[in-house]
Design a protein around this ligand. Sequence first.
Ligand code: FNR
Length: 375
Amino acid sequence: MGEHLKPPLAQIPPSVAAVADYEPLARERMSAPAWAWLQGGAADEITLRENRAAFERLRLAPRVLAELAGGHTRLTLLGQALDHPLLVAPMASHGLAHPDGELATVLAAAAMRTPVVVSTQAGTPLETLAQAAGDAAPPVPLWFQLYLQPDRGFTRALVQRAEAAGYRALVLTVDAPVSGARNTEQRAGFVPPPGLGAVNLQGARPLPPHTARPGQPPLFGSPLLDAAPTWRDIAWLREQTVLPIVLKGVLAPADAVRAADEGLAGVIVSNHGGRVLDTVPATLDALPAIAQAVQGRLPLLLDGGVRRGTDVFKALALGASAVLVGRPVLHGLAAAGAPGVAHVLHLLRTELEMAMALCGCRTLADIDASRLWRG
Ligand code: FNR
């Protein structure tokens, strides 16, 4: 057990009724700096709060006496049959939340039939996780989140490893070519504990670090921006892989349209959980204009602030096909290990089904803007 962690709970307390109840339990078990890393957002955390506020502002329009028999939450996404529209968002270093790290997350998610997007920066080899997910019956798809590396040869090898291990999609994160002003982490004195490094990047040429600390050179003109990916790299990446590529970190309709033009398989409307550029809008507020612009040419996913089944419902009502869940998964993991993660996913799914039933939706296809209250 690393000194940054207290042991997880042996049992989930019966008082845990909602995803948010895991938050204080996780906080008690993590060091203050690790908690700041997990929970914090960029700068003044305006976007972090706005992600939640956008969900809280919307009201649902319930419908009564609808036919609900035979209802379900199944969907097909990128040609993959899924039980429900929830995925685990890619997050670095699950080992900061639990000694079993990503392995516990993947096992729990597989038990809940939930795909996991494994981070490039995971602390567990991508092959180990693929093996664990593949052992589930029937297997649950894993997707691999890619940060393009300055060395194309290394990126190609990483993509080939993910393909060979059986990952079913690439999620290319494009909203963090430079890190944001991570003031919360900085103030808490967070430094990644040794031994929790990004094992899948071993041997990669490290990206030159850049923070807003005194004495740092300007960002423009630095090797970091010279190496930042562009649309040209998207065309290159498409040639390297047979896997569908999903672009993560889009807020502008024009970028989503370009993703469709470039032949990408999907877009994740995301602001990185409010962790990169502060004062950008909530993802839920960005979604309708993107849905309008892409006209169904590719599926839209959304993440940022999903904490309730009603949030999942609202995202789907505004045009998302599925949502990804970030921090709550690590809260469940830190608090109670794999059972905590499974419970978080179970709660969200159950609450989604409640919202569907009470809004008269038998299937996900029934969820549309008519189920949102326009007062
Ligand atoms: C992230 N996120 C992230 N995204 C990504 O593409 N690669 C990564 O390695 C990480 N790492 C990471 C670590 C931690 C601790 C957090 C909280 C987030 C962003 C993540 O995929 C997702 O966009 C947000 O977390 C979604 O918002 P919520 O659900 O956390 O509010």
